[in-house]
Design a binder for this molecule. Structure first.
Ligand SMILES: Cc1cc2nc3c(=O)[nH]c(=O)nc-3n(C[C@H](O)[C@H](O)[C@H](O)COP(=O)(O)O)c2cc1C
Length: 203
């Protein structure tokens, strides 16, 4: 089945703050599992996304530098929180904050990645959008390395590192973040067939 990349339109999808979007990929980023809410928001049927690279959701407003950092961390088994603008099948966009978990084989090697997403709040989006536009501009003119150097300069200027910067933005102590942690835990303790049900119990 051929995949047609949607044409982005300047319209946001409404997200439910009490639901999480979950997907699981192999180590190359090919989709192995998505939960119902992921499909509802992205606008795809499960069959349309299984086996596809996760970049089918890539929005042109997302800097390459952020995905570079994402992969650099998760390949090493380290979580990274990333604020991501995604592209739905309708061409609409939706902002999410994403965390990662890892599944390993008996040898301890990573077998799959699981991404847990919650809607990014307006304050977070407002704070990150300008930075992302700047990074994209730099990427277009000078490439991704220059954008990574710029990002490091930006963090240095604010006397911080990427993880602290994002953590301060999302405010892990907020009620919403605490609820997200509960939903994530519930998901992890359910088996695949019960993912959605398990999540519903958490909220
Ligand atoms: C578990 C997991 C979840 C991901 N989720 C997203 C996502 O929601 N949106 C997205 O654009 N990329 C996501 N990615 C990153 C993509 O694999 C890809 O690196 C990114 O879309 C950039 O695409 P490109 O490398 O083709 O430019 C995810 C990767 C993994 C491993």
């Amino acid at each position: 089945m051929r995949f047609y990349r949607p044409l982005p339109i300047n319209k946001a999808r409404d997200l439910n703050y009490r639901k999480i979007l979950v997907s699981k990929t192999d180590t190359s980023g090919n989709i192995l599992y998505v939960n119902d809410y992921f499909c509802e928001v992205a606008g795809y049927e499960v069959d349309e996304v299984l086996g596809r690279p996760h970049s089918i959701l890539r929005h042109p407003d997302m800097p390459k530098a952020i995905f570079f950092l994402m992969w650099q961390n998760i390949k090493n088994g380290l979580n990274i929180t990333a604020v991501v603008k995604n592209l739905a099948k309708t061409g609409e966009y939706y902002w999410v904050t994403t965390d990662f978990e890892f599944q390993r084989n008996r040898e301890g090697d990573i077998e799959s990645y699981i991404a847990f997403r919650r809607p990014a709040n307006k304050k977070v989006v407002a704070a990150i959008s300008d930075l992302y536009s700047r990074l994209i501009d730099i990427e277009k003119r000078h490439g991704v390395e220059a954008s990574l150097v710029y990002l490091q300069g930006y963090l240095d200027e604010h006397h911080t590192d990427y993880h602290t910067f994002i953590n301060n933005l999302i405010n892990p102590k907020s009620m919403f973040e605490k609820l997200f942690q509960v939903m994530k835990k519930t998901f992890k303790h359910s088996n695949n067939d019960q993912y959605h049900e398990g999540y519903q119990k958490a909220v």
